[in-house]
Design a binder for this molecule. Structure first.
Ligand SMILES: Cc1cc2nc3c(=O)[nH]c(=O)nc-3n(C[C@H](O)[C@H](O)[C@H](O)COP(=O)(O)OP(=O)(O)OC[C@H]3O[C@@H](n4cnc5c(N)ncnc54)[C@H](O)[C@@H]3O)c2cc1C
Length: 403
């Protein structure tokens, strides 16, 4: 059986970034991804300033600049009762005062191509992790199926980066605390034409909300619905959704017919949870596997990347010196738990104060606290900092070997 320093389940933002950082430190890292490629529609596509900074620290800024990204400088909200600008990213310090919208597959390709330059990195596609190798209560590797055959890999550290329905976490006996989410989100797209507004804006109405994300030649649109509201909607006519879209964003009139049927509408069941213990001997959970985030603020990718950076900073040394123990894993949780808790608390406040009342038919105005923030340049800068940089942005401190 192959033996590596680290075996990672899942090659999303968390797994790909951790794989790169550990291989760059000179470790042998295998990443197992169940899909054949990274091409999946309606994934998180927001790369926040703190992630752009990490890419810069890794020498990948020039490569990232070649990707087809759209720049978001501000985030606002509109209704027939007013217009509010919440986050003004131009007020952020540093070289990246904006969010970059880039297809997630391009981002993942960039990170894994950078990782492949290090001899220790191996990405196994179409390799589905099915379970753990456990000896004396310690996780000593992963079991996976590739080409129809079950195999195993032994590792000093196994990592669950397999997303919010993590099988590795479950097999490790780690159970997340469900924090509840009152919403689900429907995603679809409509063409964008010259003369349309640009940037990201939420449109509030009585009992409804759209978030419009400018993707260049199309709008990526999130329609917020009450939890489990999709099945009853789906039983009805798509014309009702089309009508709502035009009501909330009248400039889309004439284009709404292009949401032709329910198959073009993708449901995101919103989940908000986090593990109480992110680790057990030999196993660490990061990214969505440790904490599923609400789409509020679009911070899921950013947190996943920041977890990976913090994990590599703390674990690369002990792995290189073959002295990794549970205290190192606990230190990663300690470092990342506070940012996770505070971000989830802010998301829950938005659920409670804005989204729930709005879905119940309250007048389409943001709550007072948000309006007060929007009223001052300082408030808009603070919101940009919370969304764009997050709590405790991480910097790359793990060692680097020659490529
Ligand atoms: C529709 C939608 C829209 C979103 N929009 C945004 C957004 O705008 N901005 C934002 O920041 N976040 C957004 N998110 C959330 C964001 O995508 C996640 O928070 C982020 O991708 C988490 O990264 P991760 O690496 O932890 O997990 P994931 O991205 O979920 O990656 C997990 C990977 O593991 C693989 N995998 C799963 N099980 C196994 C297994 N058993 N064996 C091998 N591989 C496995 C999966 O195929 C996947 O590639 C959105 C999510 C969804 C679903």
């Amino acid at each position: 059986m192959e033996t590596v320093d680290c075996a990672i389940a899942g090659c999303g933002p968390a797994g790909a970034m951790l794989g790169l950082l550990l291989a760059r430190a000179g470790l042998r890292v295998n990443v197992y991804e169940k899909h054949a490629d990274f091409l999946r529609d309606f994934r998180g596509d927001t790369v926040h300033p703190s992630t752009l900074q990490v890419l810069d620290e890794l020498g990948l800024a020039a490569d990232f600049a070649q990707l087809p990204f759209r720049r978001v400088d501000s985030v606002g909200m509109q209704s027939h009762l007013g217009e509010w600008q919440f986050a003004d990213f131009s007020r952020l310090p540093g070289r990246y005062p904006y969010i970059a919208l880039v297809p997630q597959w391009d981002f993942l390709k960039l990170v894994t191509n950078a990782a492949r330059k290090y001899a220790g990195f191996q990405l196994h596609l179409q390799a589905e992790v099915k379970g753990l190798l456990i000896e004396d209560q310690r996780v000593v590797g992963l079991k996976f199926v590739k080409d129809g055959t079950e195999r195993g890999v032994r590792a000093s550290l196994s990592v669950a980066a397999d997303g919010r329905s993590s099988i590795v976490r479950q097999q490790g006996g780690l159970v997340p605390l469900d924090l509840g989410a009152p919403i689900d989100v429907l995603w679809f797209r409509l063409p964008r034409i010259d003369g349309d507004p640009n940037n990201v804006a939420a449109r509030l109405g009585e009992g409804a909300m759209l978030v419009l994300i400018d993707r260049g030649d199309y709008w990526q649109i999130a329609y917020v619905i009450a939890k489990d509201g999709f099945e009853p909607m789906r039983a009805g006519d798509i014309a009702e959704l089309q009508r709502q879209v035009v009501k909330l964003a009248p400039f889309l009139a004439g284009r709404e017919q292009q949401i032709r049927n329910w198959d073009e509408v993708h449901l995101l069941r919103v989940q908000l949870d986090r593990l109480q213990a992110w680790h057990r001997p030999g196993l660490l959970c990061i990214g969505d596997a440790a904490h599923a985030m609400s789409p509020v603020g679009g911070v899921g990718i950013n947190l996943a990347v920041q977890d990976a950076v913090a994990a590599a900073n703390r674990l690369a040394g002990p792995l290189l010196e073959h002295r990794l123990d549970d205290r190192d894993l606990a230190a990663v949780q300690r470092r990342r738990e506070l940012p996770t808790r505070l971000t989830q608390a802010a998301q829950r406040a938005v659920h409670r104060k804005l989204l729930e009342p709005m879905l119940a038919g309250a007048p389409p105005v943001p709550p007072l606290a948000l309006r007060m923030m929007a009223a001052s340049a300082w408030g808009r800068g603070l919101a940009a900092r919370m969304v764009g940089l997050g709590v405790r942005p991480e910097h790359v401190r793990s060692p680097q070997i020659a490529e």
